[in-house]
Design a protein around this ligand. Structure first.
Ligand SMILES: [Zn+2]
Ligand SMILES: [Zn+2]
Ligand SMILES: [Zn+2]
Ligand SMILES: [Zn+2]
Ligand SMILES: [Zn+2]
Ligand SMILES: [Zn+2]
Length: 309
């Protein structure tokens, strides 16, 4: 009985071991499954395992065989765009945003046109625009206010500093015009339209450059006007260029005029209005030539030839 039980057990074991005796139809191992029989599901060996390729900027870690991924792409490692280069991945050389372009700052006295970002320059600095020193300021650049050196001297125009109003009293005293001014100048005859006149005198009274001017006029009437001036008869008082001039009137008159000197002129002004009445220049012989006059006693183009005192 025991013997037959052992026999039965051995038979069952043999049956189990040899199974169905199938001819296996193998399928290759995959990343995750071992070599496996399609028919009976028997396996052999181990799964081959994934063949991982590292993640890069745009692709996650990926199996080259089964394309399974793990994790995420790394993303680009951007290097910022500059004035002249676009945004650039330091790993894969991909480009992103465009180059920024330069941010130019205009040239000034000492700097050329310059990019505030990358310091690239174009052209040259403009250089300073110097203005001369004055009594108020040293030599100064108009553009950047840089100064150099010391304040300058007064700049006198007609003995008055054009910057501060200082009066050049020394200059007044030494002006050749000034030394000739004081005194009485007599005039000669002149003709003005239908009338002829003579200015007896013009007085430049003070030697401080500012004085009072007096004038006395004597009027002569032109010959052709005799018919309407029946009182005039006899020999002419004066003959000029073949024309007869007759005494017609005259007198002395105080003129409310001032005068002042410029570098080249004696300028007569109305005492109260300040209006310019006449302008004289000094001739080398000491006479005064009138370049402008708006009063009948001061006639443009006429010379005061004789200095009386
Ligand atoms: Zn099988
Ligand atoms: Zn795989
Ligand atoms: Zn990249
Ligand atoms: Zn730049
Ligand atoms: Zn400057
Ligand atoms: Zn000054």
């Amino acid at each position: 009985m025991k013997k037959s039980l052992v026999m039965i057990m051995a038979f069952i074991m043999a049956m189990l071991l040899c199974g169905c005796r199938c001819d296996h139809v193998w399928e290759n191992a995959t990343c995750t499954a071992p070599k496996t029989c399609k028919e009976c599901g028997a396996t052999e060996g181990e799964p081959s395992g994934h063949k991982w390729q590292d993640a890069d900027c745009t692709t996650p870690k990926t199996c080259t065989i089964c394309k399974k991924t793990e994790g995420e792409a790394l993303g680009h490692s951007w290097k910022d765009a500059t004035c002249t280069t676009p945004q650039l991945c330091e790993v894969c050389d991909a480009t992103g945003d465009e180059a920024l372009g330069h941010t130019w700052e205009d040239a000034d006295c000492t700097h050329p046109k310059t990019c505030t970002v990358c310091k690239e320059t174009e052209g040259k600095a403009l250089g300073h625009s110097w203005e001369d020193a004055t009594c108020q300021s040293p030599k100064k650049c108009k553009a950047c206010d840089l100064t150099e050196g010391e304040k300058g001297d007064h700049s006198y125009v007609s003995f008055v500093c054009e910057h501060c109003g200082d009066e050049d009293t020394e200059g007044m005293k030494t002006s050749p015009l000034h030394s000739f001014v004081k005194g009485r100048y007599e005039t000669e005859y002149f003709q003005n339209g239908d009338y002829a006149y003579r200015i007896v005198s013009v007085d430049f009274l003070e030697d401080n450059g500012y004085g009072e001017m007096g004038g006395t006029s004597v009027t002569y009437t032109l010959d052709p006007l005799d018919s309407i001036n029946p009182g005039i008869e006899g020999n002419p008082d004066k003959v000029i260029n073949g024309k007869n001039y007759y005494w017609s009137g005259g007198g002395a008159a105080y003129q409310p005029w001032d005068y002042y000197l410029t570098e080249t002129e004696i300028v007569i002004t109305h005492e109260t209005t300040g209006a310019v009445v006449g302008r004289f220049t000094l001739n080398s012989d000491g006479s005064l030539y009138c370049t402008y006059g708006n009063d009948y006693r001061i006639v443009t183009g006429y010379t005061y030839t004789r200095k009386v005192y």
